[in-house]
Design a protein around this ligand. Structure first.
Ligand SMILES: Nc1nc2c(c(=O)[nH]1)N[C@H]1C(S)=C(S)[C@@H](COP(=O)(O)OP(=O)(O)OC[C@H]3O[C@@H](n4cnc5c(=O)[nH]c(N)nc54)[C@H](O)[C@@H]3O)O[C@H]1N2
Ligand SMILES: Nc1nc2c(c(=O)[nH]1)N[C@H]1C(S)=C(S)[C@@H](COP(=O)(O)OP(=O)(O)OC[C@H]3O[C@@H](n4cnc5c(=O)[nH]c(N)nc54)[C@H](O)[C@@H]3O)O[C@H]1N2
Ligand SMILES: [Mo]
Length: 767
């Protein structure tokens, strides 16, 4: 029998059985399939949360009101009616306010296939009708995206591509110091899909080779227990101070590689003068950092000694820069590695994001496969991705980004496809208030997310399980033909079909489709892939053969890289594309921007919110990525739901912290601050700092006003996080900078309603 496959950001699957017996079996060659996949199929089959038909919010339909409340009533309409309404509204906004008034940054992870990529399809359509205001960078690592080019002359993408390969770390590294831990939890996923999960294997190999892993994180659980890592738990948000003290020790004890600093870096004198206190009167000693970081000075000294005397790799999880001044922390990490002088050697130096996704550091050849062409956006207007609420609050006001000043547009229409801002954005009560400002919100999604419930025009898309597509990831050696695994739910349509239909109303159908069906587009992408493969010296099978066999393995896919190796080999010939041509410990280009919150060298600047000097009833909120799902995706599936407590997301506290507050495991607690609150089930563990509370992201927002306070009764941590740019340089989100209080919830427990279908009426017409 012919085997069929499908794929997702969390893995590739063989489709087995059909209808009631349908199952998704992880690839047999995947050594460590992701937990996330177990809840995928039932999430997509859930008739309560799948959007069955195009739906228009009643208040908007009847009087164009802006009351987008999350529990609004919707009227189901036939496709033609929905698309006519949308076309009219797009035309009105373009005519009255220009295309710039359409905000379609539409950030989000959508699904893994190459062709049915929600944002590519949406952008392609909008570009054909005059464009839109977009968004720059990502929630994942905006800080690094903006600062790395200044420091290394490499974009974040190139930097990631060039990251030293895992086998070299496993073989040569003696001390793996990882800020933000390193575990298989976030490594379950890879953007665009993955056929394998190997991160745990590389870590195990490293440990078997005698590598000592140092987990620097508020959570001990950020490294698997069997790796026996040393655990150093600085107060969250203070890693830069810790790094400066390590640098001080390296300079002070003679471990600094001065020849390296001289040859390969710029500004090490200024940096050293700052670290030793010559320039500001404050030596950044271990004692100085001990108070800020709340760890004993001796621990810092011992770690510096170990780093100075062993082959050391410094890894920093992406989370470290989703924090106030986050990009400066990345800079500090790079500077620390430069002082050690082991950059450019096998298995040592600096890495950004091992473990943050599965493919970082993978020893594979990189092949730039083609993707769906999006066209060009004629509109220059953009926002830094996490500044959406600022944009809504401050139209026509200026903002700073990467050293320049820009102006926020006045967004009359928001159009989102393939992302969930009422999951991913910070301070959701604020976003909820400002979300009422635009005239119209359009959402394309397969599920009734909190964002879809806050839209005026809701268009139901298929999920990846209902359509054919291609999984092709430049960092994965397996190309997968994705076959539809189940029938289309309700009246859902592919993003492509919806936009193709809409494009007829703007006379751009021919240019949008280029005369191809979805299947013909996939074939076209494959033909382009064949040419790329030829350039790499191998052949891809014909499309029909690929389709029937379902997988293709790229031959000789192994490849090893060492970050900065060319530059280290010849720093003149291979000078970096930075201001100085070297690694920048001092950056003139950043200094010239004159930003109050982003310094010229990596300096310690206390975060806007932290536990430094705070009352001891406050806790730092750690809202990392969830183990059971991808962000909000599959939260409605069985794997995620089974992990909840009385239906609520589970938060973790240290037993001492719980005792101090009279709390026990299994309680429902209220986590709150001035921005809002959320309810969560309580679990206890001694694997985190006593002053921290861990609550993963992604519980579908179920927002109520309780006694005048906005509270998510389901446990979404973005009710509590702060909505501010990390610095004016990158304006990245600061999700990891938030302080909260926790108490027992003693009021009646509100029902969860977010997994129920919204209030729907139908105009009766079926299509
Ligand atoms: N507190 C806190 N907040 C955070 C973070 C954190 O660490 N802490 N991390 C941040 C990070 S790094 C990220 S990347 C963001 C993630 O934020 P998002 O990427 O917005 O989160 P997802 O839940 O993946 O949203 C994807 C949406 O696409 C929809 N979708 C899936 N397939 C399709 C399709 O084929 N077509 C269409 N039209 N839609 C589809 C899904 O149903 C879902 O609603 O969250 C950020 N938010
Ligand atoms: N299972 C699963 N995997 C995912 C995702 C998912 O949704 N689910 N999302 C993917 C995406 S989009 C991204 S961007 C990556 C993100 O990957 P990461 O950024 O690596 O993941 P996080 O879980 O946000 O953070 C990792 C750890 O950083 C630690 N941390 C937080 N604050 C501090 C601090 O101040 N100092 C130190 N030293 N440590 C701190 C926390 O203990 C946290 O567990 O994950 C990807 N992987
Ligand atoms: Mo991310």
């Amino acid at each position: 029998m012919v085997k069929k496959y499908t794929a997702s950001h969390w893995g590739a699957y063989e489709i087995q059985g059909a209808d009631k017996d349908l199952t998704l079996a992880p690839f047999a060659t995947d050594p460590d399939p992701a937990r996330i996949g177990r809840g995928w199929l039932d999430a997509m089959q859930d008739t309560e949360t799948r959007i069955a038909r195009p739906s228009i919010r009643k208040g908007w339909l009847e009087n164009r009101d802006h009351a987008r409340s999350g529990n609004a009533e919707f009227v189901q309409v036939p496709w033609d009616e929905a698309l006519n309404l949308l076309a009219q509204e797009v035309t009105r906004v373009r005519t009255d306010h220009g295309n710039k008034a359409i905000f379609a940054g539409s950030y989000g992870w959508a699904s893994a296939g190459r062709f049915h990529h929600a944002q590519s399809q949406l952008r392609r359509f909008l570009n054909l009708i005059g464009g839109y205001t977009g968004a720059r960078d990502t929630y994942s690592h905006a800080g690094a995206e903006v600062i790395l080019p200044h420091l290394t002359g490499m974009t974040n993408r190139v930097f990631q591509d060039q990251m030293t390969s895992w086998p070299l770390v496993a073989e040569h590294c003696e001390t793996l110091v990882s800020f933000g831990g390193l575990s298989k939890r976030p490594a379950q996923v890879a953007s665009s899909g993955t056929s394998k999960h190997e991160t745990q294997m590389w870590l195990d190999k490293a440990q078997n080779n005698g590598c000592r892993i140092i987990n620097i994180s508020p959570l001990k659980s950020d490294v698997a227990p069997h790796l026996l890592a040393d655990w150093i738990a600085p107060r969250p948000g203070t890693d830069t101070a810790l790094i400066l003290a390590l640098a001080y020790e390296l300079f002070d004890k003679g471990y600094a590689d001065r020849a390296f600093l001289e040859r390969y870096t710029n500004g090490s004198d200024q940096f050293e003068a700052y670290v030793t206190g010559v320039s500001d009167g404050q030596p950044k000693t271990a004692d100085w950092a001990a108070d800020i970081c709340d760890i004993p000075a001796q621990i810092i000294k011992d770690l510096a000694q170990r780093m100075g005397t062993t082959k050391t790799m410094i890894n920093m999880a992406w989370s470290l820069q989703r924090a106030d001044h986050g990009e400066v922390t990345v800079w500090a990490g790079l500077a620390l590695a430069a002082i050690l002088g082991q950059i450019g050697q096998a298995g040592t130096g600096f890495a950004f994001g091992y473990g943050s996704t599965e493919t970082v550091g993978r020893p594979r050849k990189l092949i730039n496969w083609p993707s769906m062409p999006q066209g060009m956006n004629p509109i220059a207007s953009f926002i830094p991705v996490a500044r959406i609420a600022d944009m809504l609050e401050n139209p026509n006001q200026s903002f700073s980004y990467n050293g320049r000043s820009y102006t926020y547009p006045e967004a009359k229409m928001i159009w989102w496809s393939g992302g969930n801002p009422f999951h991913h954005h910070q301070d959701l009560a604020r976003l909820d208030r400002l979300w009422q400002r635009p005239d119209t919100v359009v959402v394309m999604d397969h599920s009734w997310t909190a964002t879809a419930r806050r839209a005026d025009i809701v268009l139901p898309t298929t999920s990846a399980l209902e359509r054919d597509d291609l999984m092709i990831n430049r960092r994965d050696e397996t190309m997968v033909y994705m076959s539809a695994a189940m029938p289309v739910m309700g009246a859902a349509r592919d993003d492509f079909d919806i936009l193709a239909d809409l494009s007829k109303r703007f006379d751009v159908f021919d240019s949008f489709t280029e005369g191809r069906t979805a299947q013909e587009w996939q074939q076209q992408i494959w033909i382009s892939c064949q040419k790329v493969a030829n350039r790499h010296g191998f052949e891809l099978p014909e499309f029909d053969l690929f389709k029937s066999s379902g997988v293709f393995e790229v031959p000789n896919a192994e490849d090893l890289r060492i970050q900065f190796s060319d530059f280290i080999a010849d720093p003149v010939k291979n000078a970096l594309k930075t201001h100085s041509g070297k690694i920048e410990l001092h950056s003139q280009s950043i200094a010239d921007m004159g930003l109050a919150d982003c310094p010229d060298i990596p300096r310690w600047m206390p975060p806007v919110e932290s536990l430094i000097g705070a009352d001891d009833d406050l806790l730092h909120l750690i809202s990392g990525q969830p183990d059971t799902r991808l962000h909000s995706q599959n939260d409605n599936g069985s794997e995620s739901r089974a992990s909840k407590l009385q239906g609520r997301e589970v938060c973790v506290l240290h037993p001492d912290a719980a005792k101090q507050r009279g709390l026990s495991a299994g309680d429902i607690v209220l986590i709150e601050n001035a921005r809002g609150g959320c309810l969560a089930g309580l679990a206890l563990s001694d694997s985190l700092r006593r002053d921290c509370i861990a609550l993963p992201t992604g519980a579908w927002l179920d927002l109520r006003q309780i006694d005048g306070k906005p509270i998510c009764v389901h446990g979404n941590p973005n009710m509590l996080t702060r909505d501010k740019g990390s610095t004016q340089l990158s304006q990245g989100n600061i999700a990891h900078t938030a302080v909260v209080r926790v108490s027992k919830w003693s009021k009646p427990l509100p029902e969860i309603s977010i997994f129920d279908a919204p209030n729907l009426t139908s105009t009766g017409a079926k299509d």
